[in-house]
Design a protein around this ligand. Structure first.
Ligand code: PLP
Length: 394
């Protein structure tokens, strides 16, 4: 793969026809090292967020050895990673998927119903070496993508399931997910509080607590709370649980580990007022911008503008015929942006390429390595306060 100092250097060297994914494996490595040194437990990377080998290699090189997989295809894809421990954390799995995962050496499964427990016990032949995680539903607080409606068990049913699962598990854990892109840490405190009550009511020994993913990436001038604050809340909530010193902690970050490790570089094919028609969109890597309102950070690359302070808000339209293919932004760019310009859309490393499809013949990307820093980072020396005032300028 070709390497460039920056997206600007790439565009100065050539004018690509297809959208380009600019990989920054160093950013994934930095995020992984941060989590491994600040989180007091196992850090399981949520494989679904981005499974491109360059980034998996960077995470692995930084020391990540645990992987949260959410499907059998993900596990099949990841199974050759040496010395890896896999956790199959989708609470609803087919019987075939459980059986095959067990054959591949996976011993860690999540569940949120007695039916799923029975499936796991049946399909693993009543194995005595399983780690089983009961997923509880917890409220989403300040999460951009709440996840509490689809999975998770609560109340008396959760107490019953914990007691039943205890009989089948070598290691019994509680897991939850506070929702993706949770920008303040209270949700983790509330979720650990809910776990505390359930453990008290069930009266069972708990061997593990999995606080899930949900840790934020930085997409705008207003940063989320510093990741260190999340660690503090988790440490305090965990310390208050009625568990022994043997109980292990785990987390499953996806977004926070890889968001900064890719940019999307697009070309402006038309400008109509402040609407820019670009060569990727909601059916490609900008699903989150179209459907969840993510205003990814942007900068014009490969051209110097005369007045760098003249910045204006723009909306994006993708290349397909569909009017859903619209990213409202606002994306702040030099007011003089014009047809033929290239724009770097930053911090698209989480979920964007994983979701991209090929509707209308689009969805093909070139890839390059970029050596410079992402537009925004959660992991700089001054990560807590870092503000880049001119994100629109390369
Ligand atoms: C079970 C589970 N774990 C981890 C993740 C990763 O979440 P995030 O990318 O918000 O860290 C998800 C995302 O949907 C998930 O469903």
């Amino acid at each position: 793969m070709e390497t460039f100092q920056s997206a600007s250097a790439l565009i100065a060297a050539r004018k690509p026809e297809k959208p380009i994914i600019g990989l920054r494996p160093h950013a994934a490595g930095r995020a992984a090292r941060w989590f491994l040194s600040h989180f007091q437990g196992d850090v399981a990377y949520a494989y679904k967020a981005n499974s491109t080998p360059f980034l998996i290699g960077a995470l692995y090189g930084a020391g990540i050895r645990h992987f949260d997989v959410a499907s059998l295809p993900e596990l099949e894809d990841a199974k050759t990673i040496p010395d890896a421990t896999f956790h199959f954390m989708h609470p609803v799995k087919s019987r075939h998927a459980i059986r095959r995962a067990f054959l591949l050496g996976c011993r860690s499964f999540s569940l949120d119903s007695e039916d799923e427990l029975k499936k796991i016990v049946d399909e693993t032949g009543g194995a005595t070496d399983l780690s089983l995680w009961v997923r509880i539903a917890v409220p989403a607080i300040n999460a951009i993508i709440p996840l509490e409606n689809k999975f998770g068990i609560t109340g008396a049913a959760a107490v019953r399931l914990l007691m039943k699962t205890r009989q089948a598990a070598k290691s019994l854990g509680i897991s939850f997910h506070v929702g993706s892109q949770t920008v303040t840490p209270e949700a983790y405190g509330a979720a650990l509080g809910a776990a505390r009550k359930l453990i008290g009511r069930a009266g069972v020994v708990i061997d593990g607590i999995d606080v899930g993913g949900g840790f934020p990436a930085r997409y705008s001038i207003d940063p989320p709370a510093p990741l260190a604050d999340f660690m503090t809340v988790i440490r305090e909530g965990f310390a208050a649980l009625p568990v022994s010193g043997e109980c292990k902690l785990m987390c499953e970050p996806g977004r926070a580990l890889v968001a900064e490790s890719e940019s999307l570089i697009v070309r402006v094919d038309a400008r109509r007022g402040n609407d820019l028609y670009i060569n990727d969109g909601s059916y490609g890597m900008l699903f989150d911008a179209a459907h969840l309102g993510f205003a990814f950070p942007v900068r014009l690359v490969g051209r110097q503008v005369r007045d760098p302070n003249a910045i204006a808000p723009f909306e994006f339209w993708g290349p397909t015929c569909d009017s859903i293919d619209h990213m409202k932004g606002p994306f702040m760019l030099p007011a003089s942006v014009r047809e033929g310009d290239y724009i770097e859309i930053g911090n698209t490393g989480a979920y964007a390429r994983a979701i991209a499809g090929k509707f209308n013949g689009f969805g093909f990307y070139e890839e390059v390595i970029l050596k410079d820093e992402p537009i925004f980072t959660m992991y700089g020396d001054d990560a807590a306060t870092h503000v880049q005032r001119t994100p629109a300028l390369a």
